[in-house]
Design a protein around this ligand. Structure first.
Ligand code: ZN
Length: 320
């Protein structure tokens, strides 16, 4: 725990438990939004696309993917709320901290819980509560508070259909952010780079990289490929799988350049690619051999293996 400002500390702790009024949705749960969301997420379940399939399913009719929960109450691009919604921000604790010495914010995590499926034509609203504020903490980013807002989603008859906990870190950075000069595109990652969490399900992937092989999990039941690795095939639910060695060729499906916050061990202005392999799966990887300003979606790339240290080799991609 760092030295907190006692006045700010007391004020922010005093806000815990505050409940905020209701925010309504612009539109009821609806099929066009479900279809577009499923398209974006590559969700091809007939439950969401085929009314007849949905009718014969245990749901007895169309339902929305549970993970769309927050979609129904989003304010929209112009951040306007539907009539009748509360005008008090459920994030006033964040705003208070920002105005009182903790100007930076980073979203930490979001946990959703679903109590049942939603059906088309249901109108969803939510209420919010400031559930918790941590003690003043010092992290790699800076010093500040973890703020957790609990949103409860309700139907028009006030039935609770789900919750979401949204956690932010509101902080004062250790040093003022100054963009560093871009590292040469080929610069190796620093040895202090953090290691990924490796589980029994993902071990083979990282072991493969150490042997300069890019492996993709292949279901022995239906033959479909999947990445990131997991214990169960999402298509046929088989637990049996084998590893297929990828050619290493692919294209840039998408990319971001992460400017801030800087992450220790990664270059500043860290480019992160989403590569679509020619086998059809996608993976997140680094970039070498080109300035990030010159990367284009659709650009053909090929894998290389970058040794971080004795225990970690990561895939990086170079334009071909
Ligand atoms: Zn399968």
């Amino acid at each position: 725990m760092s030295e907190p400002n006692a006045q700010v500390d007391a004020a922010i702790k005093g806000m815990v438990g505050t409940e905020y009024g209701r925010t309504y949705s612009w539109d009821p749960v609806n099929q066009p939004m479900i279809r577009q969301w499923c398209e974006t997420m590559d969700n091809e379940s007939p439950l969401y696309h085929d009314p007849e399939f949905a009718r014969q399913s245990p749901h007895g009719g169309p339902v929305a993917p549970p993970t769309m929960l927050q979609v129904w109450v989003m304010a929209g691009l112009k951040n306007r709320l539907p009539p009748g919604s509360t005008t008090r921000s459920p994030f006033e604790a964040v705003e208070y901290l920002r105005a009182n010495g903790f100007p930076s914010t980073v979203a930490v995590n979001s946990e959703q819980e679903y109590f049942r499926y939603l059906r088309p034509d249901e109108s969803i609203s939510f209420t919010a509560m400031l559930e918790s504020v941590s003690d003043c903490k010092s992290t790699a980013l800076g010093t500040g508070y973890f703020v957790t807002v609990l949103m409860t989603f309700l139907t028009a008859t006030d039935e609770k259909v789900g919750t979401m906990r949204f956690r932010l870190f509101v902080y004062k950075a250790h040093k003022e952010f100054k963009p560093a000069a871009a590292a040469p595109a080929d610069a190796p990652a620093k040895p202090s780079r953090p290691h990924p969490g490796i589980s029994q399900d993902t071990q083979f992937f990282w072991d493969g990289l150490k042997q300069n092989k890019l492996l993709i999990q292949k279901c022995k039941g239906c033959g479909k490929l999947r990445h990131p690795p997991g214990p169960v095939c999402p298509h046929c639910h088989s637990f049996e799988w084998e590893a297929l060695q990828a050619s290493g060729r692919g294209t840039v499906h998408s990319f971001v350049v992460m400017h801030y916050p800087e992450v220790p061990g990664f270059p500043p202005e860290n480019p992160v690619l989403l590569v679509e392999l020619e086998e059809g799966t996608r993976l997140v990887a680094g970039l070498v051999g080109i300035k990030h300003a010159d990367v284009k979606v659709g650009m053909p790339v090929r894998v290389e293996y970058q040794k971080v240290d004795d225990d970690l080799v990561v895939p990086v991609f170079r334009p071909v």
